[in-house]
Design a binder for this molecule. Structure first.
Ligand SMILES: Cc1cc2nc3c(=O)[nH]c(=O)nc-3n(C[C@H](O)[C@H](O)[C@H](O)COP(=O)(O)O)c2cc1C
Length: 172
């Protein structure tokens, strides 16, 4: 797992090749298995393979959407706000689990934040809800761009545990 975590990097350029159905199904399974607070399972995903729709999703946010320009696959991670007050945490967990599964399948991915973001014309979440016919009780956390990598990113080095951000027993 640590090796997988070191090699996973955000990939924002993809080859044209489609992601095989078998891999798409594994990705979907990973999302469905992801843990949710109180096991409420309020997180849902919308699998988008239609290029035109992916490009429309790209327009739903001002910046940081480069991954959607070439991706053959996008997964929109949403959560039912009425079912769980922890939908943000749960949808975030599903997003990263999807990214790790993608990496394990030899695919690249990028998390594109939508919650709380704006497009040129309005609120990103609202525009995505309208584009994909998502009911208003769902929050849109992220859109993941997924596909075969068309850029090389260096894997992370083994982090130095002594360095920072880790405290034992007390902060200082
Ligand atoms: C909550 C969250 C939101 C992010 N939003 C975006 C985004 O909107 N666009 C984008 O290109 N990358 C986005 N990223 C990817 C980060 O920029 C990336 O993970 C970070 O720079 C570290 O790079 P790495 O993923 O290659 O390790 C997001 C990542 C997280 C965890």
């Amino acid at each position: 797992m640590l090796e997988l975590l070191k090699t996973r990097r955000s990939v924002r350029a993809y080859k044209e090749d489609k992601v095989e159905q078998e891999k798409v199904e594994k990705l979907i399974k990973s999302a469905l298995i992801s843990p949710t607070s109180m096991n409420k399972k309020e997180v849902e995903i919308i699998v988008v393979e239609d290029k035109e729709t992916i490009l429309k999703l790209e327009q739903c946010k001002k910046m940081g959407t480069m991954g959607l320009l070439t991706a053959p696959l996008a997964m929109v991670v949403i959560g039912d706000k009425e079912k769980s007050d922890a939908w943000i945490e749960d949808a975030a967990i599903t997003s990263i689990i999807l990214q790790m599964e993608a990496e394990d399948l030899g695919l690249g991915s990028c998390w594109i934040q939508m919650r709380g973001r704006q497009s040129e014309t309005g609120d990103s979440e609202a525009e995505i809800r309208e584009l994909l016919n998502i009911p208003s009780n769902y929050g849109v956390l992220s859109v993941l761009s997924i596909g075969y990598k068309n850029e090389v990113k260096e894997a992370y080095e083994d982090p130095c545990i002594k360095e920072a951000r880790v405290h034992y027993n007390k902060y200082i």
